[in-house]
Ligand binder design. Sequence first.
Ligand code: G1P
Length: 295
Amino acid sequence: MAQKIKKIVFPVAGLATRFLPATKTVPKELFPLVDKPLLQYAVEEALEAGITEFIFVSSHRKPSIEKHFARMPELEHYLEDIGKGAFAQLLRDCALPEEHVKIVYQDDPKGLGHAVFVAREAVGNEPFAVLLPDDAILTKKGGGVLKQMADFIAQNDGASLIAAQDVPLDQVSWYGIVDGKPEKGPHLRVKTLVEKPAKEKAPSRTAIIGRYMLQPEIFPILEGMCDHREGKKEIQLTDAISTLAQKKPVYGFIFDGHRFDCGQCAGFVEANVAYALERPELAKNLREKLGQLLK
Ligand code: G1P
């Protein structure tokens, strides 16, 4: 029977110190690309892929994340009353049904692997997706990256899949790096993964990008890693998936799309310009203004 992914985990507990002071009270995941928060793009990508259950691994320091996806009747009524019904509709559109949302807390961030591990009960014993909202991806064809991944997973029972893209050699130490061999079109069969290797030790230039579809067998692996955590070392999801690849098929998906690293100031600014240029009502004027600024 084809496997269908219904649940997604969003690890959003991080402090985003790189963006201080902006992140003192505003979670980075709610920073806008133009006028929509990063995390809302992520939720919309998941909805497009047929995902119906949303698990946010958040922190008590960031209550506005759950607020963003809840209904806000008072503000909706107020906007209706002052004749701004279209904006009230925008608010309704970004709310998720309460019964389909779970918030689990990771107040003491111990790495991405730990974030996924704390979602284990909410996920249960079924395959699930993970999306890192920092990685904003503009795709031109075939829909969002998660949708394309869901199509592959539906036809490959028991497999896990990670999004991947080649990066310049001098950037391999910023990413999880894939050691694998080409198989099935844009897919790689993963042998091992290495988290942030030095460029001399990197097995390739193919980096893990923040979209994963994983089998529940990842949880006992993560549990073992959390139980044996040394000092303050982060629990890496990459290491757990690498172990999983010894037991069950793991594939890399070389997706077609422009990815922006919104975890860095420069990438975030670039993404804002690129997303604005996709909007016809902004593009023409923006091109002119950018031209003037660059003179
Ligand atoms: C995380 C993962 C890394 C992956 C990257 C993609 O790193 O640990 O394997 O390549 O996301 O954005 P982080 O960006 O949290 O340092």
